[in-house]
Design a protein. Structure first.
Length: 365
């Protein structure tokens, strides 16, 4: 079981917090994760707002690479349509992998925020086509060391050699955010691990992963890696304090609803976002309070024992999954976030790893 830390670079919900303080706190937690036994640290790409701001996660991870020894470093994700030159993405990935000694995990995504698309001057309706064209160009270039000549609606790319030359395959180091069935289909074709944020009921998530798995086997002749699920977490030895801090999980959902305009009619009209458009009326019917309650219940938080019981329930429903944990978000204090991360590493990760070993033995038998 792969267990990573994901950092969302958020000042939303924090009082009088500078952008510099956001980065200071996240860097401290990222360095600590290396010492605490997390397998990886992931950082998002977002722009312009308190919701989240990391305009170049390759740069951030390069800085983190210099401060850590062994932890894997992952883009969670590089939003392909906003990075309008696939060649530059491949180059930056190759360089970071070289500097970090082969520690890069390349996560790719399509993007969802209308506001970010607009501020980049990119038509949101083009995002699916841009991603489906550019992502294979990036992946193939990193495997071969050459981006072959390509001409299509969005790109006129002469043949170009990637320098520094990639020396390690990205097979098994490639992920894709897949929050819709269509993105799951593309992830399967690309050979990427399916990454999702934990918003959906487990039965829905299971069905979508099974569809992805079937397509993956058809394209690659082998099973994919497990589903990679992201949770907003609070881990505390004090049950009451954990309950109190769970309010920040609800507040994080509010930041998501605001940033992505999740109940906006534009999803009903945006090409490639049909799954989100179909959900708009259901979200409106639930209302913010209903969504917040369901979302908090969906996440994994509480005392270590409570969290392990939730992980066990997930394991029974979904089988073995990989895990990304976020501890700093939506106004939770640095002290509480760092305490959560440390306790999770000490008391939850070892048990999860033991389950993973048990599952491997069962599969081998």
């Amino acid at each position: 079981m792969h267990i990573g830390l994901i950092q969302v670079m958020q000042s939303w919900g924090f009082e009088n917090m500078s952008d510099a303080q956001v980065y200071d706190e996240e860097l401290q937690m990222g360095v600590a994760a290396d010492e605490q036994g997390f397998d990886s640290v992931w950082v998002v790409e977002h722009h312009f707002e308190d919701y989240s701001f990391c305009p170049d996660n390759f740069v951030y991870l390069a800085h983190l690479a210099a401060k850590t020894k062994q932890i894997k470093l992952a883009t969670g994700a590089c939003i392909v349509p906003w990075n309008t030159q696939p060649l530059r993405v491949a180059e930056k990935a190759a360089l970071l992998d070289q500097l970090s000694g082969g520690r890069l995990i390349l996560g790719l995504g399509r993007g969802l925020s209308r506001k970010e698309f607009e501020q980049f001057g990119i038509d949101m309706n083009e995002s699916r086509e841009r991603f489906d064209t550019a992502a294979p160009m990036i992946v193939n270039a990193l495997e071969s060391g050459v981006m072959e000549a390509h001409e299509s609606k969005f790109f006129k790319q002469p043949r170009a050699v990637i320098r520094p030359k990639p020396t390690r395959s990205f097979k098994n180091r490639l992920t894709q955010v897949a929050m819709s069935p269509e993105s799951g289909e593309e992830a399967a074709k690309l050979g990427a691990q399916m990454m999702a944020f934990n918003y959906k009921p487990l039965d829905v998530q299971k069905q979508e992963f099974e569809e992805y798995k079937k397509l993956y086997v058809e394209h690659h002749g082998e099973d994919p890696r497990p589903l990679l699920l992201t949770d907003m977490m609070v881990c505390d030895s004090n049950k009451s304090r954990a309950e109190e801090n769970s309010k920040h999980i609800a507040n994080y959902l509010l930041s998501v609803l605001h940033h992505y305009e999740m109940m906006g009619d534009h999803y009903k009209e945006a090409k490639g976002y049909e799954a989100y458009g179909d959900a708009v009326d259901s979200l409106r019917e639930m209302g913010k309070e209903g969504m917040m309650q369901a979302y908090v219940e969906q996440q994994i938080w509480g005392t270590p024992d409570q969290m392990l019981r939730k992980f066990e329930d997930r394991r029974k429903n979904l089988g073995t999954t990989d895990c990304l944990a976020c501890f700093r978000f939506a106004g939770i204090s640095y002290e509480a976030a760092a305490r959560s991360q440390k306790l999770f590493a000490e008391e939850v990760i070892p048990v999860l790893k033991s389950w993973s070993d048990e599952d491997k033995k069962t599969q081998a038998a």
